[in-house]
Ligand binder design. Structure first.
Ligand code: IVH
Length: 690
């Protein structure tokens, strides 16, 4: 290749790779396979190695480059980085107080029109100022005390969502962008998972993850931490045609290729803010990252200037938080629980604490290694976290609050897992390489029997209404039920004799058990509680084999033919059915008519067999589960992500990136009505052909 050609190709590759980076890291919507991206990247690296003088600092290959520093250089902010006042009222009406103050400061009366506000998320990470000169990222600085921060350019260059060059021709002479570096929850989990598997230290929470990474003196270490970035404002600008409102400024930053969240609105008066606060409260747990609340800003810059500042806080902005998802409390005891598969889970019994909207008294400690790593002991003050529907967990011990005397080993020893099961006395074993220890007594252990029964009866398995924890507990303790097969032989008298059980409720329970006879094969397979076989795998197995006997007769090779079944799942299935006890219970369940084989509509009767669907957004009347069930009844599969193999995307309100991807790939997009029409088309067909 001649030099001129190489130069042209280099330029083309950089633009193309930056485009893919933008799609992947900013839009969260990759358009090429990873392997193709890697190929382009390697081609660029090759050309740059061959022509070192053509290497430029904004090349995508130059994100990690610098040597470790011994300390960070101070940076004086030319426009100070301010903080925002926090509204103390955490109810949605907190926005009213802000509006009242702003209107008063501006000398407005009730007769004046509402003020236009911008509302956005309050990101929970580390504030950052990015300085672009002639379109190139030249400096990144932390906030520090607001006047002087630290130069963390080397680390910030490793954040892929941050462009090294702005998309503008000509670019502004100087543009300082203010925003937050943070870590997404999935990136945090994945990072910790990897660290754990390498026996390396994990991050305490996404926030510390972000802050700690930016403070790394060695950029190579920072580069391994998956960080994200969103803009929320600007600092110094020279030669930039600055828009008149905050909303437009963010639009302009987005057009320059900078990441700006779409979770923002511009609207009139406090009602718009109250509604935004509510909307975000509802979807907070579904956001891919933690937030600290929302921020309201007066939209028009001229009004912002009129309002000015008090101390270090502008009068035109306020932060409005949500009730905390993390709180402090103390550990009263550490106990272990035995799960359905015998897994022994350490649980912290806590001094009750109100967190994430409920009172929490227990929190999981996951497994032995986690307790040791966090070094949780009785008497410790701990951070408890509860977000959404997630089981509350102990995040960390506040070591500063552990008095020295409590370190006296005999009083508060480090946690050790019992060597025998607290429920049945059976041996507890931890297989090499596995994180969990298990009671090896199988269904000989009453705790495992109870959990298996609870699972068998659960809504997504045999769906026996009313058979919950307390009843199962009694049925097992009184010796009335040992295995699921015993449920179908219960008598009214024996059930009615249980504590707090009237004749009527006993009859209801027996009726519910009765109704569960003849359940679809996939529910029954799921109900068996085979390790590593969840609801989806149970459906795949039912669809593939059609009858339980066919499944029980299959060998490894046959199992591996099934969608998503790998060696580990296959091994679990074979182990389950080779157990004589399990076979005996299944025979008794067969006599009870617990399941119905050859479920035609799953086995191939549906008119949408072989089709693949993806659901995105909220549908107007169907829940996600209902839509899924209907689609699967027609023989089709519902999967989580859109690819070329997807046949239909069903989109509701606020569909995500899956919708855009479907459009790009030219996949048929249906709304709820469209879905129902499609499903009905099949049932009409069946009726006429029958
Ligand atoms: S605006 C002029 N907007 O909160 C006001 N700050 O206490 C300057 N933060 O350190 C800040 N999300 O790091 C603003 N959407 C947002 C924000 C946000 C998070 C952080 C920021 C700052 C702190 C202000």
């Amino acid at each position: 290749m001649i030099r001129a050609e190489a130069e042209a190709r280099l330029r083309q590759l950089r633009v193309e790779i930056e485009g893919h980076n933008y799609n992947y890291y900013v839009l969260d919507n990759p358009t090429i396979p990873d392997a193709e991206y890697d190929r382009l990247f390697r081609e660029l690296q090759g050309l740059e190695a061959a022509y070192p003088d053509l290497l430029t600092p904004d090349s995508p290959t130059q994100r990690v480059g610098g040597k470790p520093l011994s300390s960070f250089t101070p940076v004086r902010h030319r426009v100070p980085m301010l903080s925002i006042r926090t509204e103390t009222d955490t109810t949605p009406t907190g926005a009213l107080a802000f509006d009242v103050r702003v209107r008063k400061e501006l000398g407005l009366t009730e007769l004046d029109p509402p003020i236009e506000y911008a509302a956005e998320l309050k990101y929970d990470g580390l504030a950052m100022s990015l300085r672009y000169e002639q379109g190139l990222l030249v400096q990144a600085a932390t906030r520090g005390d607001g006047e002087t921060g630290e130069d963390v350019t080397q680390n910030v260059r490793t954040v892929h969502a941050i462009p090294l060059r702005l998309k503008a021709d000509p670019p502004p002479d100087v543009l300082e962008v203010r925003g937050e570096v943070f870590m997404r929850r999935d990136d945090f989990e994945r990072y910790n998972e990897k660290q754990r598997s390498l026996n390396k230290p994990t991050l305490v929470n996404p926030r510390n993850g972000a802050a700690g990474s930016i403070r790394q003196l060695d950029p190579a270490i920072a580069a391994q931490r998956p960080l994200s970035f969103y803009c929320y404002g600007i600092g110094e600008t020279v030669g930039w045609d600055m828009p008149a409102t905050h909303g437009q400024i963010l639009d302009a930053l987005k057009a320059l290729g900078l990441p700006v969240s779409d979770e923002r609105i511009v609207g009139p008066g406090s009602p718009a803010l109250v509604e935004f606060h509510r909307t975000i409260a509802d979807k907070r747990d579904r956001l891919p990252f933690d937030i600290d609340g929302v921020v309201y800003k007066v939209n028009r810059r001229s009004l912002q200037q009129q309002l000015g500042f008090v101390a270090r806080e502008p009068r035109w902005a306020v932060a409005h938080k949500y009730p905390a998802q993390e709180e402090l409390t103390t550990v009263e005891a550490i106990e272990v629980q035995v799960g359905r598969t015998g897994a022994i889970t350490p649980v912290a019994r806590l001094q009750p604490v109100f967190v994430g909207g409920v009172t929490v008294t227990n929190a999981t400690l996951h497994n032995e290694d986690e307790v040791r790593r966090k070094d949780v002991r009785v008497g410790d003050t701990v951070i408890v976290r509860r977000a959404g529907d997630v089981i509350p967990e102990v995040v960390a011990v506040v070591m500063d609050r552990r008095p020295m005397r409590d370190l006296i080993e005999p009083l508060h020893p480090a946690f050790t897992l019992p060597t025998t099961c607290p429920e049945c006395g059976g041996p507890v074993l931890r297989i090499d390489g596995e994180a969990v220890a298990r009671c090896t007594n199988g269904l000989g252990c009453p705790a495992q029997r109870k959990q298996s029964l609870i699972h068998f009866a659960s809504r997504r398995a045999m769906d026996i209404e009313g058979l919950g924890d307390r009843l199962v507990e009694q049925l097992v303790d009184k010796g009335l039920v040992q295995t699921p097969a015993d449920l179908y032989q219960l008598s009214l008298e024996s059930v009615a004799a249980l504590d707090r059980m009237a004749e009527k409720s006993a009859a209801n329970l027996l009726a519910a058990i009765e109704t569960s006879r003849g359940r679809e094969l996939h529910r029954f397979i799921h109900a068996l509680g085979i390790r590593n076989v969840g609801e989806q795998t149970a459906k795949d197995l039912a669809r593939h084999f059609g009858t339980l006997d066919a499944l029980m007769a299959s060998d490894e090779a046959a199992l591996l033919q099934v969608n998503d079944v790998g060696p580990i799942v296959a091994e679990s299935i074979l182990a389950f059915f080779s157990e004589p006890h399990n076979r005996a219970v299944i025979e008794r369940l067969r006599e009870a008519g617990a399941w119905q084989d050859g479920v035609a509509r799953l086995a191939g009767g549906g008119h949408l067999v072989g089709k693949s669907f993806v659901l995105t957004g909220a549908l107007p009347s169907l829940t996600r589960d209902q839509a899924k069930e209907m689609i699967e009844s027609a023989g089709a599969r519902v999967t989580g992500s859109v690819s070329k193999k997807t046949d239909f995307v069903v989109a509701g309100t606020e569909p995500g990136s899956k919708f855009t991807k479907a459009q790009e790939l030219g996949i048929t997009i249906l709304d709820e009505d469209g879905l129902i029409t499609l499903l009905q088309a099949g049932s009409d067909q069946n009726e006429t052909s029958n």
